[in-house]
Design a protein. Structure first.
Length: 413
C-alpha cells in the first residue's frame, strides 16, 4: 500500500501548449489565429518495487458489497522479502562479505481486493475492474513477518474508497475495516465502530457504505479473555494536551480548487477542554480532509497532526487573523481540470478567522481582488489560488460593521 500511496504525487499530470501554423497562398486572406491545443504530457515512468514472488496464495475471506456490487475479499500469500541495500557510499564502507550476510526475510502478506467472476482485482472510482497478480502492488496490501504480527496483536486499518463522477469531485463510497490479527485474537472493536468477531482465517474484513472510519485505534480481545488497546494512528504525543473530540467534526468553510476536483476546506472540532480545534486547509471528500490515491481511488485522512487546538481568537482590537498555506500538490486526484482550465501548478491558500463584527474580508493579490463573507458560525474564510505570486504583494482587509477597516499584509512567497 505504501508503494501505491507514494505514486500519488508523481501521477499528477501537467499541460503543454502547441501552436498550429497554417500555410496560405499569397492572395489568400490571412488565416484567423487558432487557440493553442492543450494536451497532457505523458507521465514519466516511475520506479516501482520489484514484485514479490508469491507462494501458497489463498483466498481467506469474502464478504458481500453493501450495495450489491462485486464482493470484497482478502487474499494471503507468503514471500521472501529481500533486505533494502544501503546507499552505495555506505556499502563501500562495509566490511568484506557483509552484504552476503543480508538474508531475505520470510514475510506474510495480505491483499484487499474485489472478486469479479473468478478473478481477484480492484475496481476504481469510475467502476472499472482490473485483475491484479499477487505481490505486484496493484491493490491495498499489508506485509510483515509473523513475529511482528504476534507482537502487535493486530494490524487492522481503516480505508475509504471514492467514486469519481464526471465533474471530477470524488465522493465517499465505501468504508472498509480490514487487516490481519495474531492467532489468539478472537475479536476487534475499532474506536467508534462495532465489535468484529475474528474467524479461523485470522483476518478482519468489514465493508459499509459511506465515509471511512479510520479504525486505527481500538481494542482486541484474546482467547484467554484478556483485552488490549491498539493504536496504529499518528497520535498527538501527550494525552493530556487539548485535542479534538471524536464525533464533533464539521465543515466550517470551503472553497473550490482552481482546477476543479476536490474542494479545499477547514474542519472544526470541539475540543477536550471546551474550546475549538481547527484543521489546516486541505482537500475535502465528504466531511473529511485527506488525499485520494489517483490509481486506486482510495481515500486517506490527514489525521490529528493537521489540527490545532486552543488557538488565539480574533478580538475587537485585533479583528483579523490570516495565514498563508503553500501546497506543491496541484490538482488532487484528477488532472483533467488542470488541462482543461490551463491552471498552474502549486497552490496558495489564504485562510483565517475574524471577529463577529467583521462583515467581509477583501483579499488583494497581483492577480485579482476577492471579497469573502465569513462563515456564520465561527467566522472563518478561505481563498485558493493556483501558481504563485513571485515578487508580488497581497493584503487582507477586514470590513467591520461600524465602517472601519483593518488591513494586514499576507505572505505570498
Amino acid at each position: 500500500m505504501i508503494a501505491r500511496l507514494a505514486l500519488a504525487a508523481a501521477l499528477l499530470g501537467s499541460a503543454a501548449g502547441a501552436t498550429a501554423v497554417l500555410a496560405a497562398a499569397e492572395d489568400d486572406p490571412p488565416p484567423k489565429p487558432k487557440p493553442p491545443a492543450i494536451a497532457a504530457q505523458a507521465t514519466p515512468a516511475q520506479p516501482t518495487p520489484e514484485p514479490l514472488k508469491a507462494e501458497d496464495v489463498r483466498l481467506l475471506v469474502q464478504v458481500p458489497d453493501p450495495e450489491g456490487a462485486a464482493p470484497w475479499a482478502v487474499r494471503h500469500f507468503a514471500a521472501a522479502v529481500k533486505p533494502q541495500l544501503p546507499p552505495k557510499e555506505l556499502r563501500d564502507q562495509m566490511p568484506a562479505g557483509a552484504l552476503k550476510e543480508l538474508k531475505a526475510t520470510r514475510t506474510e502478506c495480505w491483499e484487499l481486493g474485489r472478486i469479479e467472476g473468478e478473478q481477484f482485482g480492484w475496481i476504481d472510482g469510475e467502476g472499472t475492474f482490473t485483475t491484479h497478480a499477487p505481490g505486484h502492488y496493484g491493490v491495498p496490501s499489508n506485509c510483515m513477518p509473523p513475529s511482528r504480527l504476534a507482537k502487535l496483536g493486530s494490524s487492522v486499518f481503516g480505508l475509504g474508497t471514492v467514486t469519481v463522477p464526471p465533474d471530477g469531485a470524488p465522493r465517499p463510497a465505501r468504508a472498509i475495516t480490514w487487516g490481519p490479527v495474531a492467532e489468539d485474537v478472537v475479536a476487534v472493536t475499532p474506536e467508534g465502530g462495532p465489535r468484529i468477531p475474528v474467524g479461523s482465517e485470522g483476518v478482519v474484513l468489514r465493508v459499509v457504505s459511506g465515509e471511512s472510519n479510520r479504525g486505527l485505534r481500538g481494542v482486541i480481545e484474546r482467547r484467554d479473555g484478556s483485552t488490549e488497546r491498539f493504536d496504529h494512528a499518528r497520535s498527538l504525543p501527550n494525552d493530556k494536551r487539548e485535542r479534538p473530540l471524536p464525533g464533533t467534526r464539521s465543515v466550517e468553510v470551503r472553497a473550490p480548487d482552481p482546477a476543479g476536483g476536490e474542494p479545499w476546506a477547514v474542519i472544526v472540532h470541539k475540543s477536550s477542554k471546551g474550546g475549538l480545534c481547527y484543521s489546516a486547509p486541505g482537500r475535502l471528500v465528504g466531511t473529511q480532509l485527506g488525499y485520494v490515491d489517483p490509481v486506486l481511488d482510495t481515500f486517506s485522512t490527514t489525521g490529528e497532526f493537521e489540527i490545532g487546538c486552543g488557538l488565539p481568537k480574533p478580538t475587537r482590537a485585533y479583528p483579523l487573523r490570516v495565514t498563508t498555506l503553500r501546497s506543491s500538490i496541484p490538482g488532487g486526484a484528477d488532472d483533467r481540470g488542470q488541462i482543461e482550465r490551463r491552471t498552474l501548478s502549486n497552490r496558495i491558500v489564504f485562510h483565517g478567522s475574524v471577529h463577529p463584527d467583521v462583515m467581509s474580508v477583501t483579499i488583494r493579490t497581483p492577480r485579482d481582488v476577492r471579497t469573502l463573507v465569513p462563515s456564520p458560525t465561527h467566522h472563518m474564510f478561505i481563498a485558493v489560488y493556483d501558481g504563485q505570486f513571485p515578487g508580488g504583494n497581497a493584503t487582507a482587509t477586514a470590513h467591520l460593521r461600524n465602517g472601519k477597516e483593518v488591513t494586514r499584509s499576507v505572505y505570498v512567497e
